[in-house]
Design a protein around this ligand. Structure first.
Ligand code: PGA
Length: 263
């Protein structure tokens, strides 16, 4: 079952696997349709724990010959700063390991904010990233996770709905969440380059996903909260084409979650 709350379609799945299958199916089908129309598919991609299963499923489809990334262009949401692409904690490394190395994507069609550019070049670089997205006609499908603090991309609490790609200071909570993989809080970057809220909202379609009880609070804010920069995820309420794909645990604080269950 599904239900539309404001403009957001909420689908609650038994578990992460079935929710991820739904998203992977949607991506596959869009790529196939565009391929038949000889159109490129322009994807906005996310990192972190949330989309891992989706990427596994897409890789499976590539390996069985069901799917090709030859006509895919992708823009990633964010990257730590400063960080080199070879660092195991970089989102370049993550994307290559989890997805791109296992597909036939043209490396020239993969765009991830670069975490190793000079500080003096960052503003110019971020504006160019925006122009690059626009040059491809904008993002057709954006994949999005939600931070425990309600961030989208690395648009931390306080981010403006008008924000574009830029260098930001990471929230303490975000850094604490990442600290283990960096070997401690002191080694964890303080900054990141992220697409802005406006950049994300410009995508034609957004699949936002959240798995687990630790995401129940931001999910509740997204569906039942007021729109506020304190919870950047609530800006998604202003978008006309968002699907929220969650498991039961992430839905547990929704007042009428029983209405949303998908079996
Ligand atoms: P996660 O993070 O997918 O690792 O839970 C989501 C986010 O912080 O945007």
């Amino acid at each position: 079952m599904e239900k539309t709350v404001s403009s957001i379609t909420v689908r609650v799945f038994e578990d992460k696997l079935s929710g991820s299958q739904y998203i992977a199916d949607a991506l596959r089908s869009r790529i196939h349709t565009n391929d038949s129309d000889s159109k490129r598919t322009v994807l906005g991609l996310a990192t972190g724990g949330s989309p891992k299963k989706v990427y596994d499923l897409l890789v499976e489809s590539v390996e069985t010959g069901e799917l090709s990334f030859q006509n895919v262009t992708s823009f990633n949401l964010d990257e730590y700063y400063p960080i080199g692409p070879e660092s195991r904690n970089s989102y370049h490394y993550y994307m290559n390991q989890r997805l791109f190395n296992h597909t036939d994507v043209d490396p020239g069609q993969v765009f991830i904010p670069e975490g190793d550019i000079e500080v003096s070049e960052v503003d110019h670089y971020c504006k160019a990233y925006e122009r690059k997205i626009a040059g491809y006609g904008g993002i057709e499908i954006q994949l999005l996770g939600i931070g425990g603090n309600g961030h989208i991309g690395f648009n931390e609490p306080g981010s403006s709905i008008e924000s574009e790609t830029r260098l930001i200071h990471l929230d303490e909570k975000t850094r604490r969440d990442a600290a283990d993989s960096f070997g401690g809080i002191h080694q964890t970057p303080e900054k990141a380059i992220t697409m802005g809220v406006k950049t994300i909202l410009n995508a034609k379609k957004i699949y936002c996903m959240a798995w687990g009880a630790h995401k129940a609070r931001p999910v509740q804010q997204l569906i039942e909260g007021e729109i506020t920069a304190e919870w950047p995820v609530t800006f998604l309420q202003t978008h006309a084409n968002v699907e929220l794909i969650i498991d039961r645990a992430a839905a547990s604080l929704l007042t009428d979650s029983s209405n949303f269950i998908v079996n």
